[in-house]
Design a protein around this ligand. Sequence first.
Ligand code: AMP
Ligand code: MG
Length: 413
Amino acid sequence: MNMNARMPQADYPSRIGLEQALEIVAACAAQHRLPVETALLAGAHGRVLAEDVRALHALPLFTNSAMDGFALRGEDLPVQGERGFDLVGEVFAGATSAPETGAGQCVRITTGAPMPPCADTVVIKENARVDGARVVVKAGEKAGANVRAAGEDYAEGELAVAAGIPLGAAQLAVLAALGVAQVEVRRRPRIAVIATGNELVPAGQPIGFGQIHESNAVMLAALAREAHANVTVERCVHDEPDALRDALLDAAADADIIVSSGGVSAGEADHLPGVLREIGDIHFHKVRLKPGMPTLFGRIGACLHFGLPGNPVASAVTFRVFVRFALRAMLGVNVVPRPGRARLAAPLHKHHARAELARCSLHTDADGVQWATLHAKQGSGMLHGLAETEALVLLPEDAREFAAGDVVTLWPE
Ligand code: AMP
Ligand code: MG
């Protein structure tokens, strides 16, 4: 049965430009902000902070030594020649108190140890000579050196990590250093992955004539996990409207996003648009983009649905362009990924008017100029180019001729 043949005239945007498609995705995704929940720091990696976190206390909390050496009063340092200081004690990192340092006295100190009262300078051990209970320091040392002042990193109350920031290793370190044990974050997105096609057989199973080993579900689920989503479903479905409908409804029940691959073009077995019209809405179908022309975007109830093309490269590229984009909006990410720039290593003729995201490798020359070399294997069914891709070069709509050295935009990560 060909559902497309029964389909009335489309009542949604079709064959739209990339920018318009992204605007539609942004508008829908903004209405599907993920709820906020509390996460322990240990489980917060890759999640997006939902509220500003301010420094609970100054960092460092107390003035401490930046080096191993001797703490003393800067005003006692010799202006010329050398001077001996009385070694009156020691303070190591973790010490709960520090000996008083009087005039002409010094205290042995290690990195991170609290500065003794009255001491304001650390002379590193390599610049001091220990002579019994005396420590001899030569002229040339600077008063106030090698000391980390309380609050010099973060002042108490200062904004430490802003809402909308994805928590990477560095942000987790800041929060931990400030003693923050749990944070308010957006719930992890739940993504259902459905590969469609009668020809698909999972790796490890024997394939017969006309069948292929499935790779999109594996890839899309991995891309979803890389985006710190929970994959709720990862399955293959035959090109049958009933099977497709059941699979989509099942998946929509407990996912925020369904990502499907295949069955979305105009072929006899491409039932997805028809089924989605029946059980949900289509927001757009077909984008003037190569690869990825047949991309469909819609929803089933509260679940967004990206119908990506079956060609593996098209699936990968459109996940990157549309699904990641939607995820950022749903998570309230407030850092805009910066597109890169490179010069084309060779001239190029684009055979069509659509925007193209071409797979390329990058190299930087001795002058620091980055060059993009397009892969020879640009076929949207060819995994080779995908596996070796370092970046996607955006060749804008309508532009056809590109010269070697032309500056091009690299699609942001
Ligand atoms: P479709 O978009 O369904 O017309 O599929 C386009 C091409 O992608 C066909 O050659 C399919 O065999 C191939 N394809 C579809 N789904 C997958 C998949 N999950 N893994 C690998 N190739 C696929
Ligand atoms: Mg198919």
